[in-house]
Design a protein. Structure first.
Length: 266
């Protein structure tokens, strides 16, 4: 492992941690296309780089989400009732989705990732929002929403933060509390998804050095440490930035990552 790769992972972790705190996302959407590109340059098989990117991103999200969650909670921006209500659905959805993803060709997952990110960007640019619901949140509704969020997140290591923000906006929650809550929801998504990819990639990556299932350990360790340090800085910026500006940053990043995934994979 060359020092240049370690320095690159540190820089990537610092960027992802900052954006996680700023936007309340676990960082998977940022990491997957970038890690897939890096893994290709490091000589890993194209058949496995997307799965490794997904698994390593989810593993990093454990640390990033925990740090971001702690920062948002200190500002009383996490709705714990929502987190607890969605957690069972998230765990079930994420675990079963990893079973599917590990058996799907990398190209299809890359296309799914790119289309999902482009859709999120388009929705934000057009300022489309579902008409706010007048019905109260129910436990069944939270569990169902959790299953949807967990499934999409495990299939693309992204979506927990994005989908949760959209869902809570639909339920009349302001953007900053939605971001704080989505940061907390990213934690069970990351744990469940990581375990799933670790189990399903165990036999496939036995001949690859520094791997644990589909997780690439050097990238996981360096990115996690750097992101945990930078996440609180992003959180402070989020609470001092106008809502309209946050949404614009959110949309631009989604679109850029959609394009990046398609270009780097093909």
């Amino acid at each position: 492992m060359n020092i240049e790769w370690i320095l690159l992972y540190i820089a990537l972790g610092a960027f992802v941690g900052f954006m996680s705190g700023l936007l309340g996302v676990g960082g998977g959407g940022l990491l997957v296309p970038l890690l897939a590109s890096i893994f290709i340059y490091q000589g890993f098989s194209a058949d496995s780089v997307v799965h490794m990117g997904l698994a390593t991103s989810l593993a990093c999200m454990i640390i990033t989400s925990a740090s971001s969650m702690r920062s948002h909670a200190s500002k009383d921006a996490v709705m714990w009732v929502v987190v607890i209500g969605m957690a069972p659905g998230i765990i079930v959805g994420a675990f079963f989705a990893t079973q599917i993803a590990s058996r799907v060709n990398s190209a299809y997952i890359a296309i799914f990732f790119a289309l999902f990110m482009a859709l999120v960007a388009l929705q934000t640019f057009l300022k489309w929002q579902p008409k706010p619901s007048k019905s109260p949140r129910t436990l069944l509704g939270l569990i169902s929403a959790g299953m949807g969020v967990g499934s999409v997140s495990a299939l693309a290591a992204v979506g927990g933060g994005f989908l949760t923000v959209v869902y809570l906006g639909y339920k009349n929650v302001d953007i900053k509390r939605a971001i704080g809550t989505s940061a907390a929801i990213g934690f069970p998504i990351a744990i469940t998804g990581t375990i799933g990819y670790m189990i399903n990639g165990w036999a496939i990556t036995l001949d690859k050095p520094y791997t644990f299932g589909y997780i690439y350990i050097p990238a996981f360790l360096t990115i996690s440490i750097a992101s945990a340090i930078s996440a609180p800085i992003g959180t402070r910026c989020a609470h001092n930035t106008p809502e309209a500006s946050l949404k614009k940053v959110f949309a631009i990043i989604c679109l850029a990552l959609s394009i990046k995934m398609l270009v780097s994979f093909w």
